[in-house]
Design a protein around this ligand. Structure first.
Ligand SMILES: Cc1ncc(C[n+]2csc(CCOP(=O)(O)OP(=O)(O)O)c2C)c(N)n1
Length: 627
């Protein structure tokens, strides 16, 4: 058969296709997605699971007038290919290429930008309210995974939508998985619905019974649907969604395009909120991803034949692994330590902690706010929780951090992984705001390790403190420094002087310490002598060291992998202003803009944060200030 994909230029081209053609197209999409992700990396398993769902949706609804809001957006590759981006799909996640998530600046078909979970129902409800107030037409559909449905915002939106009662379609894409296995009572509830054989049988029996009544058949079937609903609700111990104001339909086979099309066609006619429970298989159609959907959730380059990752040259341990090993070791002797993750046990390295200390490990689901207050509660009762979150997702729990943890001065340690620039996932995932949003909170101590060994020391030190602490460390491998296995206390608020110098002081934090040392080397060959300091703490900053540097050298350079607005450089300026010390300061960090996707190296280069450009900037700064 000739390519069907070649005939698709807009989603409206799907409307006339037969089921056979749509199924053929599903195969072509699968192949293109597998090939592209094997080269560029990306989210594979979630995308393979939603191909039939996407095709059925787009062959029934009329995009872009009808709008589909994808939750998290990591399953929207078929959407991108079918909405005019096929020719650019090879540039997926690359610098200047198409993004890995829906992005309203990229296409009119991307009705809402996303990357963080559990926002789809709120956004879709907003679109639906606007449609009605502005007297426009169009169906609004939110597609949310069972994992994203563990996030509190999803319930806030369901609660609101059920009461507003305006037309809105919510599709729950239930594949029984978050990134790792899904958790929580809602997950168990969906499973009960999915598996209840008596529910499926009773639904079938009731339908055929009503339809078989002579003469009245379909009419009675429709008017009596409330009886059916009643039976359904009773059988599944009360259908939660119906009770929240949604008309529930499901469970449905999410890979059967014919069935999905029929149900979507019916859902189009509804004047009230409808919730369609669609069951899919994560990784569908590619055996390695079906067998290991967690590993193939988000993956780097891999070999399509074997499913094996393309090995990178022997790399040092990741910061995540060093954190994980250190926490397990500390917990051996300190029974107060408990570990919490919000749906990222593998990503944060806490899976190993859970295996070692099952009763001291908690996965809350995608519920960062709850996780933060849960930690506060535990700390108030004598435990020392270590809450490991990706820096970007910790943004969710900002109020809980201020109000529940810091205001009460509770000993919770935040382990913020993926801090700084994260590369290909782009602007939704960079951890570049944490120094700013943490630094303003009273009672907080912020540790920033220069390497993986210092991360170990800082973790031990933080857990020893009776107050809130945060440690932020980057994505990926450490520097390969030797790991002694020791835990040494780091003096709070004290910087580490790495090199004396007379001309310029480089005050660096975290990943930028190595860059500062390299830049100092380059500057030395240009005859500039640098004092290099590992500042270690974004709060409290070592004011004494800052003032000494101002006294000993002609200017200061601050270096951080964070936005400049309100970050570490700002802290240094505040310290100098408070001490009334007038000294020129060059701040190196991320300017006031969202950082686009690319490799981490490309991003550092784009902001002139690599050692070569840093040394050039310093030379230029020295000339500019005529020092
Ligand atoms: C607020 C937030 N926390 C954590 C994540 C990381 N994350 C991305 S996808 C995902 C799992 C989503 O599971 P589900 O919604 O079921 O989609 P599936 O991948 O199974 O299709 C998680 C935890 C996120 N994107 N946003």
């Amino acid at each position: 058969m000739d390519s069907v994909l070649d005939r698709i230029h807009t989603p409206m081209d799907l409307h006339g296709l037969s089921i056979f053609e749509l199924e053929f197209l599903a195969k072509e999409l699968r192949q293109l997605i597998i090939e592209t992700v094997s080269k560029n990396g990306g989210h594979l398993a979630p995308n393979l699971g939603t191909i039939e769902l996407t095709l059925a949706l787009y062959s029934v609804f009329s995009l872009p007038e009808d709008k589909v809001v994808w939750d998290v957006g990591h399953q929207a590759y078929a959407h991108k290919i079918l909405t005019g981006r096929r020719n650019r799909f090879a540039t997926l996640r690359k610098k200047g290429g198409i993004t890995g998530f829906p992005n309203i600046r990229e296409s009119d078909y991307d009705s809402f930008g996303v990357g963080h979970a559990s926002t789809s129902i709120s956004a879709a409800l907003g679109l639906a309210v606007a449609r009605d107030l502005l007297k426009k037409d169009g169906h609004i559909i939110a597609v949310i995974g069972d994992g994203a449905l563990t996030g509190g915002e999803a319930y806030e939106a369901l609660n609101h939508a059920g009461a507003l009662k305006i037309p809105l379609i919510v599709i729950v894409n239930d594949n029984h998985m978050s990134i790792d296995a899904n958790v929580g009572a809602m997950n168990e509830y969906l499973t009960r619905i999915r598996l209840a054989p008596e529910y499926r049988k009773a639904k079938r029996d009731m339908t055929s019974l009503l339809r078989s009544i002579p003469h009245i058949g379909d009419t009675v079937y429709k008017t009596a649907s409330h009886i059916k609903d009643g039976v359904r609700a009773a059988l599944v111990a009360g259908n939660l969604f119906e009770e929240m104001g949604f008309h529930y339909v499901g469970p449905l086979d999410g890979h059967n395009i014919q069935t999905l099309k029929e149900i979507f066609t019916q859902a189009k006619e509804s004047n009230e909120p409808v919730l369609l429970h669609v069951c899919t298989k994560k990784g569908k159609g590619y055996a390695p991803a079906e067998n290991a959907p967690d590993r193939f959730h988000g993956i780097g380059k891999f070999n399509i034949e074997t499913g094996e990752c393309i090995p990178s040259p022997s790399a040092p341990k990741t910061y995540t692994k060093v954190f994980s090993d250190a926490l397990i070791a500390l917990a051996e002797h300190d029974k107060r330590i408990v570990a919490i993750t919000a749906a990222m046990p593998s990503g944060t390295g806490l899976k190993a902690f859970g295996a070692r200390y099952p009763s001291r490990f908690f996965d809350t689901g995608i519920a960062e706010e709850h996780a933060m207050t849960l930690a506060a509660g535990m700390a108030a009762a004598g435990l020392h929780p270590v809450l490991a979150l990706y820096s970007t997702f910790a943004q969710r729990a900002f109020d809980q951090l201020i109000h529940d943890v810091c205001l009460q001065g509770l000993p919770v340690t935040l382990a913020l992984d993926r801090a700084g620039l994260v590369g290909e996932d782009g602007p939704t995932h960079h951890g570049v705001f944490d120094l700013t949003y943490l630094r303003m909170i009273p009672n907080m101590t912020i540790f920033v390790p220069k390497d993986e060994e210092e991360l170990r020391y800082m973790l031990g030190t933080a857990i020893g403190l009776p107050s809130p602490t945060a440690i932020r460390y980057p994505r990926g491998c450490g520097l390969g420094v030797p790991l002694t296995g020791d835990f040494r206390d780091i003096p709070i608020g004290k910087a580490e002087l790495l090199q004396e110098g007379q001309d310029v002081s480089l005050l660096a934090l975290g990943t930028m310490v190595r860059a500062a040392q390299q830049a100092a080397g380059l500057l030395a060959s240009a005859g500039i002598s640098c004092r290099v300091v590992n500042m270690r703490f974004a709060k409290p900053v070592d004011v004494e060291e800052i003032l000494q540097s101002a006294h000993k050298t002609r200017c200061l350079v601050t270096m951080e992998e964070n936005v400049l607005t309100g970050g570490f450089g700002s802290a240094v300026l505040e310290a100098l202003a408070d001490a009334k010390v007038p000294v020129p300061v060059l701040r190196i960090g991320i300017p006031d803009e969202f950082v686009e996707q690319g490799t981490r190296q490309e991003q550092l280069f784009a902001y002139a944060m690599d050692p070569e450009q840093i040394s050039e900037r310093i030379l230029h700064f020295l000339k500019e200030t005529m020092l």
